[in-house]
Design a protein around this ligand. Structure first.
Ligand SMILES: Nc1nc2c(ncn2[C@@H]2O[C@H](COP(=O)(O)OP(=O)(O)O)[C@@H](O)[C@H]2O)c(=O)[nH]1
Ligand SMILES: Nc1ncnc2c1ncn2[C@@H]1O[C@H](COP(=O)(O)OP(=O)(O)O)[C@@H](O)[C@H]1O
Length: 185
């Protein structure tokens, strides 16, 4: 894989993006994950600066006003955004920079960086997506409902992306992602 490319991974909440990203990062030291800022509270086990930078809404608004975010969006009642510094760190290290973001942000990245590689992760079925979201056991019922509402519109937009990978069997999905990265990066 060559360096200096942005890779956007998008897909409905619960599809397995975080799981896939963790495995990719362990297998490929040439990948750098962009850590986002969010106004969502940390889930059990989440570490500030590693999973997200957890900030207040007023701090998030300050970052937007100061032009510190490459892209940002509201998702299920919280704000999420990619700080420029998160990309710079990876680019300066000569790595491929991975952004795990939702649809609106992925569209903003497409407009700003048309050369970015954009991949959409699909669930094997709607029932399985719902099962994964619930079995994760980290979100309230209302947070799950908001994520499922959003998931429909996101899945409908999968065709906008360069590649679609179905996360049914995890190993098969990982292999699919790896072959896209090998050919495209
Ligand atoms: N636009 C945008 N979306 C983000 C960013 N960081 C995370 N997201 C997306 O926000 C959504 C919610 O993330 P999260 O609360 O961690 O929930 P989860 O995807 O259900 O684990 C997911 O679709 C993430 O991919 C960001 O910096 N920008
Ligand atoms: N291929 C898979 N088969 C079965 N369960 C999976 C698979 N990929 C992920 N999961 C599980 O689904 C749940 C949601 O995965 P997660 O990575 O948190 O999704 P996302 O980051 O897209 O919201 C987790 O409990 C995870 O262990």
């Amino acid at each position: 894989m060559k360096s200096g490319k942005l890779i956007v991974l998008t897909g409905p909440s619960g599809v397995g993006k975080g799981t896939l990203v963790r495995s990719l990062l362990m297998r490929h030291p040439e990948l750098h994950l962009s850590v986002s800022v969010t106004t969502r509270g940390p889930r059990q086990g989440e570490i500030d600066g590693q999973h997200y930078y957890f900030v207040s809404r007023s701090r998030f608004e300050e970052m937007v006003e100061a032009g510190e975010l490459v892209e940002w969006a509201e998702f299920a009642g919280n704000f999420y955004g990619t700080p420029y510094f998160a990309l710079q760190r990876g680019i300066e290290a000569g790595k491929l920079v991975l952004l795990e973001i939702e649809l609106e942000g992925a569209r903003q990245i497409r407009d700003k960086f048309p050369e970015a590689l954009r991949i959409f992760i699909l669930p094997p079925s709607w029932e399985e997506l719902e099962r994964r979201l619930r079995s994760r056991g980290l979100d309230s019922e209302s947070a799950i409902t908001r994520r499922l509402l959003r998931a429909k519109a996101e899945i409908e937009a999968a065709g906008e992306f360069d590649f679609q990978v179905i996360n049914d069997d995890l190993e098969v999905a990982l292999k699919g992602l790896e072959s896209v990265l090998t050919v495209e990066c």
